[in-house]
Design a protein around this ligand. Sequence first.
Ligand SMILES: Nc1ncnc2c1ncn2[C@@H]1O[C@H](COP(=O)(O)OP(=O)(O)OP(=O)(O)O)[C@@H](O)[C@H]1O
Ligand SMILES: [Mg+2]
Length: 245
Amino acid sequence: MGVSLIIQVSHLYKIYKTDDMETVVLSDVSLKINKGEFVAIMGPSGSGKSTLMHILGALDLPTSGTYFLDNQEVGKLSDDELADIRNRKIGFVFQAYNLLPRTSALDNVMVPMEYAGVSETEQLKKAKKLLEMVGLSDRMNHPPNKLSGGQQQRVAIARALVMDPAIILADEPTGNIASAQAEEIIEIFQKLNKDGHTIIMITHESDIAEHARRIIHIRDGKIVQDGNDHKQRLIKESYEIIKTN
Ligand SMILES: Nc1ncnc2c1ncn2[C@@H]1O[C@H](COP(=O)(O)OP(=O)(O)OP(=O)(O)O)[C@@H](O)[C@H]1O
Ligand SMILES: [Mg+2]
């Protein structure tokens, strides 16, 4: 079997209109991502990264353009279908963790399974296994407000994984975390990617982005560079240098 597309975005625009102003936040973004890729998205503050990620995660719809997620056209789905896709196909990891602060790590991880109607025994089994995977076996009963930033982010990753999503979307997952802990978070993503998860991660830091196999640069709502193209251009250029010498 060859590579298969999991995300296909064509001519996407996101425009906010008020009475006297129009803000173009995404402008003619086209993008293809295959199953199993590890993609980093970089760009200045306000360039549209989170907006794009919200659209990719079916949390928001574009003003125009089409988005196919796993061969389904997202713009044509009902609210219920969208909610189901968000819960089953996508795992979200946010910079601010978005955990319930006074509920145990274990219960936080179980939330998406509760929504999906998974049995309690199964919920417990899965949540424990994932918290072990992210190195938190000894912190399962701690609430997030008694955990470090890196530990909270690992709870958020475990929660993102409980429904075994094909895609993991992470918006600055290491943004609030000291660099040693950030390395650990990235190692978890790399392991997940090896296991076949598609990962799309926004980051400001180029040393974090280097861990991805493909880096997409966004500026003013446009893709200005895509890692794969960039590599190909370099190969072509070096070939031409060899030829002309
Ligand atoms: N509801 C809205 N109405 C108008 N403009 C908006 C709205 N929401 C977001 N924007 C604008 O969209 C632009 C892109 O925002 P976005 O959050 O996608 O940026 P970002 O690249 O994630 O930035 P950062 O790195 O700071 O997180 C910003 O300039 C923002 O002001
Ligand atoms: Mg952002």
